[in-house]
Design a binder for this molecule. Structure first.
Ligand code: HEM
Length: 324
């Protein structure tokens, strides 16, 4: 598709996203929550993410993933940002997050600037929701309206993180069920998985796939095997590879083309194109960047509305790492 057409479709997606998503897009959240209380918050967050992405493009991917891991564990409530305390073991060291989720210092830096502009007003959960949107857009992906008014959790749970975040060995049925548990459709799940068009993964997360899966492109498997040896447990566990080998730093629809060529890096990725219910959608997204962009934006709005704390629930944390 011509670049101009893609740009045009992206613009349409952006303009229509809030309407297509309907009145329920934000649930109890609103687009004008900080209009009077902190009118510059969106500009401050965007500038903070822009400088982090300019310093290291991968950071955009890392912030996007952090938001997903926040929302899937007791809702988008900033719980992933909490350090462990004597009264609870938080989410940072849960299996899917330990030595993996990154970007905490970026959120800290943005929070400090937001506090300087509007003391005790903007939640860490909302900052993360805005930052994830800006990260996608700064990497070349769509943008969307972020509904605001989330409050921050007073606690975090390592066991809830372990139970609610899908692993890279998941089957299609498991993925559909785990997203379904959060009110997200199979279509949302397939669109959101397109986030794997950016970012990096550790050998330990895809070793099984490149040595044991049958539905993998042989050239791709041997390429990945060069930096991810079969023996587990050594330093190679942490060796990184791009999730999207074609355009790892651009938010595009190449992820779906990879799946059609059996070049999904995780077993769970390839499950979306393996003769099952999502094959047709993967094919559509791979041929239609505008459709993927529009669906991704809508699905991110729905994910951002998972069980927020609002009103008098929770608090507005002053430091994202600890309760007030
Ligand atoms: C469908 C189920 C999903 C599974 C099984 C999954 C699994 C994974 C795994 C294993 C990694 C590599 C982690 C590491 O090596 O440390 C990863 C990275 C990543 N995931 Fe997912 N993920 C899923 C869905 C999502 C969703 C819904 C998003 C966002 C909307 C997302 C965004 C990312 C990003 C951006 C990275 C790269 C992060 C970086 O480079 O720091 N993932 N994912």
């Amino acid at each position: 598709m011509a670049a101009a057409t893609v740009r045009c479709l992206l613009t349409i997606a952006v303009v229509l996203a809030p309407f297509l998503a309907g009145a329920t897009a934000g649930g109890p959240l609103s687009t004008s929550f900080y209009s009077k209380k902190c009118p510059n918050v969106q500009g401050i967050v965007r500038a903070g993410v822009a400088s982090a992405v300019a310093a290291e493009r991968r950071m955009g991917a890392s912030i996007l993933r952090m938001f997903f891991h926040d929302c899937f564990v007791n809702g988008c409530d900033g719980s992933i940002l909490l350090d462990d305390t004597s009264t609870f073991t938080g989410e940072k060291n849960a299996g899917p997050n330990a030595n993996s989720v990154r970007g905490f210092e970026v959120i800290d830096a943005i929070k400090a600037q937001v506090e300087a502009a509007c003391n005790a007003t903007v939640s860490c959960a909302d900052i993360l929701a805005l930052a994830a949107r800006d990260a996608v857009n700064l990497l070349g992906g769509p943008t969307w309206t972020v509904y605001l008014g989330r409050r921050d959790a007073l606690t975090a749970s390592q066991s809830d993180a372990n139970a609610n975040l899908p692993g890279p060995g998941s089957s299609l049925a498991t993925l559909v069920a785990m997203f379904g548990n959060k009110g997200l459709s199979p279509r949302d799940m397939t669109a959101l998985s397109g986030a794997h068009t950016v970012g990096q993964a550790r050998c330990a997360t895809f070793r099984d796939r490149i040595y044991n899966d049958a539905n993998i492109n042989a050239t791709f498997a041997s390429l990945r095997q060069q930096t991810c040896p079969q023996a587990a447990g050594g330093a190679s566990d942490a060796a990184l590879a791009p999730i999207d080998a074609q355009t790892p730093e651009a938010f595009d629809n190449a992820y779906y083309t990879n799946l059609m060529g059996k070049r999904g890096l995780f077993h769970s990725d390839q499950e979306l194109f393996n003769g099952g219910s999502q094959d047709a959608l993967v094919k559509k997204y791979s041929g239609n960047a505008g459709m993927f962009a529009a669906d991704f934006a809508k699905a991110m709005m729905r994910m951002g509305a998972i069980s927020p704390l609002t009103g008098a629930q929770g608090e507005v944390r002053l430091n994202c790492r600890k309760v007030n």
